[in-house]
Design a protein around this ligand. Structure first.
Ligand code: AMP
Length: 285
């Protein structure tokens, strides 16, 4: 049965979800989906607004997906703020929160996993090899559970967006994937639920990540060499106290290594640690 939380309808089983979506469908209404892990901020709410522009009905899923966390990662301590998330979604005009339990999503004897390659190769997968398999599988499930016509994802997680696009294309899932620009704090730091982990000191230097990426993009526009630009950015971040996982220039669609002669659109992507917090960001060229 659907319940109400902070003024919005919440469903917890696939059966209830399908019944409610069928009622909308019977009225000829299309459906937009915003997949999230909760701990919602203005970036997520911008995705909800985008979904509302594209369909009369909007579902936000809130599910901290255990299969995309490695055992040493922050699944247990990932921020969970369900009541205030629901209040924000109600105020944002979202129609329904899809909040399955882990048991509903992965019942006993669950045995299927999508193994993405192509845009999933490298970058995040270097340090999180389990990650995109978990993401692709849960997103495919969310698309099939909701039967949504369109799903909105943030460019903040740019590799994820390209992996989801590839999955939908490869598996012929009938859904449009829309990317929405990264929403930033006034100092340029990309909004993230994980920013809450930053100490005051680390929060103060966190915007350097975005600034370093902008520096690489500017250099590329001037025709400077990618390898030299990314080496310089990595060094500047290291000097500022980051532990850098990668700073890379890639083809914006395939995420394959970008060649300097390429006329194709490029993207600059980075991941770096400040203390115990891993930040990711990316910019277009
Ligand atoms: P998550 O924060 O992992 O729950 O992400 C849920 C969705 O919100 C993903 O599509 C993210 O890319 C998106 N998202 C997270 N932070 C931002 C942001 N600062 N700007 C735009 N989208 C974002």
């Amino acid at each position: 049965m659907a319940e109400q939380s902070s003024g919005i309808m919440v469903v917890r089983t696939v059966e209830d979800l399908r019944r409610l979506v069928a009622q909308w469908r019977a009225l000829g209404e299309t459906v937009g989906l915003v997949p999230t892990m909760g701990a919602l901020h203005a970036g997520h709410l911008a995705l909800v607004a985008e979904a509302r522009r594209r369909a009369p009905r909007t579902i936000t899923s809130i599910f901290v997906n255990p299969t995309q966390f490695a055992p040493h990662e922050d699944f247990g301590k990932y921020p969970r703020t369900f009541e205030s998330d629901c209040a924000k979604l109600a105020a944002a005009g979202c129609d329904l929160v899809w909040a399955p339990t882990v048991q509903a999503m992965y019942p006993e004897n669950f045995a299927t996993r999508i193994v993405p390659s192509g845009p999933a190769d490298g970058l995040e997968s270097e340090s999180r090899p389990h990650f995109f398999g978990g993401v692709a599988t849960v997103c495919a499930k969310l698309f099939l559970q909701t039967g949504a016509d369109v799903a909105v994802f943030g460019e903040k997680d740019y590799q994820q967006l390209q992996v989801v696009r590839q999955t939908v294309r490869d598996l012929d899932i009938a859904i449009d994937i829309v990317g929405h620009p990264t929403v930033r704090e006034s100092d340029g730091l990309a909004m993230s639920s994980r920013n809450a982990y930053l100490t005051t000191e680390d929060r103060a230097r966190a915007p350097l990540l975005h600034r370093a990426l902008q520096g690489v993009a500017e250099g590329l526009r001037k025709g400077d060499e990618a390898g030299q630009l990314t080496r310089h950015a990595r060094q500047a971040l290291t000097d500022a106290g980051f532990r850098v996982d990668y700073v890379e220039v890639r083809d914006a669609t395939t995420l394959a290594a970008a060649t300097s002669s390429a006329t194709a659109e490029r993207r600059v992507l980075a991941a770096a640690w400040l203390g115990q917090t891993r930040l990711i960001d990316n910019v277009s060229v």
